[in-house]
Design a protein around this ligand. Structure first.
Ligand code: NAP
Length: 275
């Protein structure tokens, strides 16, 4: 079997880098993107023609078609699209600057969606393809200070849920990763604005993150190998947790929804027309 061609956004370091590395090690051709093309080329220099590095700001929707086209020009097709580029933002909802909030949605929602729109006509024509979005555990129980980050990731996950129903008949798969804390630059690169008024909530969560930084239980290299193995074997499900923390979070969320639905079931049914 010819290994599929991957395109991974935000692959200069962290999770994206390790997914790209694992795909290259498995024999795939890989297109990697990040904002600084030179850093990216240096990071993958050892892989020669097997890797195409393209400078791309993932929040720029206008560039998505040309990125997909450049990938196809070199490797014919994109079989697996990984929407990984991202950044955190820690701020109380009240303090969040609207322009920053919109920029975060451009990076975590509008940009990835535009990449999907650019790749889908080709995947549909061939009747195959796999789109993998890197989501966040925040979408299944959010934290003080993560309103914009969690909301943008939740929007993407929700869009992917609809997308998978839309593209399944074409033979295209969609998956959303729910990572717990992984040892990358995610915490140190997150934008942060903490105010005294929110010290007890946002400030406290910021301190938890700072203390966790460098000691996160998740290993991005193992994550990369896991995702590549599962994609190549066709076994990656739609939604999947990464790391024990995320497994617990999804289980707790499921149990919480069950309790909430049960507690309000009779009242909820009373809002229907009588049968
Ligand atoms: N690590 C965690 O604990 C964790 C948990 C849940 C979800 N995630 C998600 O996992 C994904 C990867 O994060 P990470 O942990 O690997 O963090 P990271 O080490 O900071 O890496 C982030 C990557 O995204 C790229 N990126 C950021 N802004 C970009 C932009 N505007 N355009 C293009 N590329 C951009 C960065 O490249 P350049 O800066 O070179 O452009 C870098 O390659 C993110 O979507 C994040 O939200 C991470």
């Amino acid at each position: 079997m010819i290994p599929p061609t991957w395109l991974i956004t935000g692959a200069s370091r962290g999770i994206g880098f390790h997914i790209a590395k694992a795909a290259l090690d498995a024999g795939s051709n890989v297109v990697v993107t990040a904002r600084n093309g030179e850093t990216l080329r240096d990071a993958f220099a050892a892989h020669g023609d097997q890797c195409l590095a393209l400078a791309h700001d993932a929040s720029q929707t206008s560039e998505s078609t040309s990125i997909i086209q450049r990938a196809r020009d070199v490797f014919n097709e994109v079989d697996v699209l990984v929407l990984n580029a991202g950044q955190g933002m820690l701020a109380a909802l009240e303090d969040t600057d609207e322009a920053r909030e919109r920029a975060l949605f451009d990076l975590l929602y509008h940009g990835p969606v535009s990449m999907i729109r650019a790749v889908l006509p080709h995947m549909r024509a061939r009747g195959q393809g796999h789109i993998v979005a890197i989501g966040a555990a925040a979408t299944h129980g959010n934290y003080a200070g993560f309103s914009s980050y969690g909301a943008a990731k939740a929007a993407m996950e929700c869009a992917c849920e609809a997308l998978q129903a839309e593209v399944k008949p074409f033979g295209i798969r969609v998956s959303v990763a729910i990572p717990g804390p992984f040892r990358t630059d995610f915490i140190s690169k997150a934008e942060s604005s903490k105010t005294d008024a929110y010290a007890a909530s946002v400030g406290r969560f910021g301190t938890v993150l700072e203390r966790m930084n460098g000691r996160q239980p998740g290993d991005p290299a193992r994550l990369g190998t896991l995702i590549v193995d599962q994609v190549h074997s066709g076994t990656l499900p739609f939604r999947f947790p990464l790391g024990a923390y995320a497994v617990k979070k999804l289980r707790d969320r499921g149990a919480q929804f069950q309790r909430e639905a049960d507690a309000f079931a009779e009242a909820a049914k009373s809002a229907d027309f009588p049968a």
